[in-house]
Design a protein around this ligand. Structure first.
Ligand code: TYD
Ligand code: MG
Length: 465
């Protein structure tokens, strides 16, 4: 028998060290190292593997061949099916991560009920809530009479023995992976070793039986409980459920998908009767718009294959502080600093004595650099007090030299803008072939200065009229 040794495992990234330290040397997180025994730990297989067992021959097979069942089961909730790439894949494991309270259990309860209604056998195992709590949620969602089979259990072996009874389930939902534990590992539930070992056992079950499994994982800020990151590489697909506190919009983002595209999003709205699908996100994000206010610019963005129009709001106000404030919600702070620097250095627009606040409407988060141009337009508009045309969209990346660089999918962005009644667009030169409609009324500045001159010039034009 190998001697059981003590080792320290980072609960954030899974790095193993032999000595404890305050900071993980691999990922730099503080206070994440936890002592775990090596028996059943990472790197070692099941205990029986250590004996000198002779290998068993498996049957090799060919790539072509019969596939019995439809490989995917679509829930009919189209925003969810879009994010999974067309439905849950049989024999695969899907991880749904997100902050506690964001709506993961709600989403999966609704999906489970929708699938059960189609005649699939669905098992929902909760390690967090009692059966009564889950029933209450189901009542609230109006799905209490569906045939979803329910259990409150946390031991993986017990769960597998339970679902082995009767017909093989089509989908098993395990809520959440952090509460599960298996006899094969000795660490406490919630540690990296337990979470990985439990996930491994369940994934093996999925692959061998052809049932689809969904693992729910809470994102943890503190490293005391292992987060969904540590199982990301083991599962076939990873979805993150996101949203801003105080807003009702929730975005289901595909981070990894072995069977589909990875840049898709599904958009939902949390209501008092559960999650409602939002099939046209642009209308939602533009819904509360006051057209003629200075400091607002509409950005034509792309999420996955879908264009999303969203309003960017800037407020530039004289400061009373020595160091002016820069506050950003929904965008990258470093990117804002860059756009401000380019405006100052190349366009002569000064923000040194002003506080700058930037907000993306509707609690949405933008990660595309293509938003630079819309941000710059909103900033200049707020500083000068000149409202931008209400029917104009903006997109384009700004380089440090002040040049405006082309971005991908110009055609698609313009089409969406046109569909929603926008008549003008400000976009980079050299974008792909432009069609009719919005493209005809487009302004294509070569540098940021051209755009600043145009916005400032609107004052003069108004005076001339
Ligand atoms: P839940 O699905 O329990 O979150 P998670 O599983 O990600 O921790 O959802 C919790 C929140 O959703 C809770 O704050 C209440 C809210 N909610 C609604 O607003 N409407 C509803 O119909 C339901 C079921 C929940
Ligand atoms: Mg939950």
């Amino acid at each position: 028998m190998a001697k059981s040794r003590v080792q320290f495992i980072c609960q954030a990234c899974g790095n193993v060290t032999s000595r404890w330290a305050g900071k993980c040397e691999a990922c730099g997180e503080w206070n994440t190292l936890v002592e775990e025994g090596t028996a059943g730990g990472i790197g070692s297989g099941p205990a029986s593997m250590r004996s000198t067992r002779k290998g068993r021959a498996v049957v090799l097979t060919s790539l072509s061949g019969e596939i019995e069942d439809a490989p995917r089961i679509a829930s009919g909730i189209s925003e969810l099916d879009r994010a999974t790439g067309g439905g849950f894949v049989r024999g695969s494991a899907l991880l749904v991560g997100g902050d506690p309270g964001i709506g993961k259990s709600t989403l999966l309860t609704q999906a489970a009920a929708a699938l059960a209604r189609q005649g699939h056998r669905i098992v929902y195992v909760s390690g967090e809530e009692a059966v009564a709590q889950i029933r209450l949620r189901a009542q609230r969602l109006g799905v209490a009479n569906s045939s979803v089979e329910l259990a409150a259990e946390t031991n993986v072996e017990d769960i597998l023995a339970t679902i082995a009874d009767g017909k093989r389930p089509d989908l098993v939902i395990l809520d959440s992976i952090q509460t599960l534990w298996t006899d094969a590992a000795e660490s406490a539930p919630g540690t990296v070793t337990q979470v990985r070992a439990a996930a491994q056992t369940l994934i093996r079950y999925a692959k061998s039986t052809g049932a689809a499994i969904v693992l729910v994982g809470h994102v943890t800020k503190e490293g005391q409980i292992a987060g969904p990151r540590v199982v990301e590489h083991m599962v076939d697909a990873v979805l993150y459920f996101e949203g801003e506190g105080g807003h009702h919009y929730r975005i289901l983002r595909t981070v990894k998908n072995r069977f589909g595209p990875t840049d898709e999003i599904g958009v939902f709205e949390m209501s008092d009767k559960g999650l409602r699908e939002v099939s046209n996100p642009s209308e939602l994000f533009l819904g509360e718009r006051h057209a003629a206010a200075p400091g607002a610019a509409v950005f034509a963005g792309i999420e996955g294959t879908r264009p999303v129009l969203v309003e960017i709001q800037a407020l530039v106000a004289p400061t009373s502080l020595g160091t002016p404030r820069r506050a950003v919600v929904g965008w990258d702070g470093a990117r804002l600093a860059m756009v401000l620097a380019v405006l100052e250095a190349h366009c002569g627009v000064r923000f040194g004595t002003h506080d700058v606040y930037l907000n993306v409407a509707g609690g949405y988060r933008i990660s595309e650099p293509a938003a630079d141009l819309a941000v710059a337009a909103a900033l200049v508009s707020s500083l000068t007090g000149l409202a931008l045309p209400a029917d104009c969209v903006y997109f384009g990346e700004i380089s440090l030299s002040g040049a405006i660089r082309p971005v991908a999918h110009a055609q698609q962005r313009l089409k969406e803008a046109e569909k929603l009644g926008f008549g003008q667009a400000v976009l980079p030169r050299g974008s792909e072939e432009l069609g009719n409609g919005t493209g005809a009324a487009s302004f294509q500045p070569a540098t940021l200065t051209d755009l600043v001159v145009r916005i400032a010039g609107s004052l003069r034009r108004d005076a001339d009229d």
